[in-house]
Each structure stands twice: as C-alpha cells, then as structure tokens.
Design a protein around this ligand. Structure first.
Ligand SMILES: N[C@@H](CCC(=O)N[C@@H](CS)C(=O)NCC(=O)O)C(=O)O
Length: 216
C-alpha cells in the first residue's frame, strides 16, 4: 500500500489534526511541510488551504474529509463512531469548531498574537480586546461540553477531541485565553489528560521563531 502523504506545515492546527489521526491509527505517513498557497497545495485544494493529502493516486483536501478517509481506510481504533448518535455528536463538534470557533479562537485571536499586525509591530489590542469576550464564551462552552462525559462527543475519545486539541494547545500560551482555560476546570483536566496521548506528543510543532529566541 502506498504511504500516506500529509502536506502542510507542522504548526498548522488542521495539519496536526490529520497527523494525529495517522498517529492514533498507527498509519505510516510522511509530512511534507509545504505552506498554504504553494504549488503543491494549490494543486489539490481549490483555495490553497492546508492540509492536503496524497495516498497513491488519490488526492484530497479538507481536514475532516482527510480524517474520514483515513478512519475508513485503515484498521485501528474508530475515530468516527459508527453508532448513529455518537457519530452525529462527533460530526456536530467538528462542525462547531471548524465553522465558528476556529474563526474566533484561531483566526481573530491567536493569529493576532502570532503574526502581529499593530502599527508598532505588536499585536493589535483593539482587535484582541474586541474578541476576548467571545473567546471566553467559547472556552466556557467547551468546558461545559467536556464536563459531562470527559470527552467532546459523549464518553469516548473521537475525532472531535483530536480536532480541538491543537487549538487548545496554542490557547494555553496566550494571556486571556490561558487564564480562561485555567478557570475552566473540566477543560483543563481534559486537556492535561489528552495531552499525554502519544498522537499529541508526537505531533508537537516547533516553537515559532520569536518564542525560540526567548527560550534560548
Ligand atoms: N476547512 C479547512 C481549513 C484549513 C485551514 O484554514 N488551514 C489554514 C492553516 S491552519 C490555512 O491553510 N490557512 C491559509 C489560508 O486560509 O489562506 C480544513 O478543515 O482543512
């Protein structure tokens, strides 16, 4: 069987999702760290987003589609349950995160810190201050969701958990979101528990250059 190729940079949250799926199912894969909108990516994703995937002559884009393909094609633990309610809850949480929360938590909040756009080269406080209430609201929503069964979709580990963990990993490192996660006791415990999984530990992205400089 040909080796699965995941194309996208390691720091990308969605790329990490596809990699975590491979790790959970012990699918041999290669990571090709082409950035968004590079020829490699544009050849597969109509809007140049990462990740994209190659498996032999099969090419695919969109993290959820890639995850579904991998889950259905390879043996190992089912990450998208087959029981209808569990399957629907998994789909629901992937959708809520991808269609709403990624916009708030990653695009509006985190990326303002990681790629500051303020006139002085610092994060734009106006943008951050405006989005913080919604960031806090969404973290509280996740906290309530995992308080019930210990996972996002009921009481077992699914793709819904894989999909949110890379976002939480970044959120813990920034002031307002970090404080909100610390205050969210169920979510903090959930993160600490899931962060011990090999799939998460084996896909930790390198520190961004600015944080590397501080750490050394
Ligand atoms: N719906 C897509 C979203 C992928 C996405 O937004 N990826 C980001 C990196 S984490 C990206 O490619 N950003 C560049 C851009 O949007 O132009 C998926 O689930 O794969």
């Amino acid at each position: 069987m040909p080796v699965v190729e995941i194309v996208g940079p390691a720091p990308s949250t969605y790329t990490r999702v596809a990699r975590m799926v491979c790790e959970e199912k012990q699918i041999p894969y290669e990571l090709k760290q082409s950035p968004p909108h590079s020829p490699d990516v544009d050849a597969i994703h109509p809007f140049g987003k990462v990740p994209v995937m190659r498996h032999g002559d099969f090419e695919l884009c969109e993290s959820k589609a890639i995850s579904t393909y991998l889950d259905l094609s390879f043996p190992g633990p089912k990450l998208i349950p087959t029981e209808p309610r569990q399957a629907a809850l998994t789909e629901q949480w992937v959708s809520l995160v991808n269609t709403k929360m990624d916009g708030t938590l990653v695009r509006s909040y985190l990326l303002n810190y990681v790629f500051p756009k303020g006139s002085d080269g610092k994060p734009d406080r106006t943008v951050i201050d405006a989005v913080v209430p919604e960031v806090e609201k969404e973290i509280q929503l996740l906290d309530r969701a995992v308080a019930k069964g210990g996972f996002l979709a009921g009481d077992s580990f699914t793709l819904a958990d894989i999909n949110v963990m890379p976002i939480l990993a970044y959120l813990r490192n920034f002031p307002e979101s970090g404080a909100a996660i610390t205050a969210a006791k169920s979510l903090s415990a959930y993160y600490d528990r899931l962060a011990t999984r090999p799939s998460f530990r084996n896909t930790v992205p390198p520190l961004p250059p600015r944080q590397q400089a501080k750490a050394s």
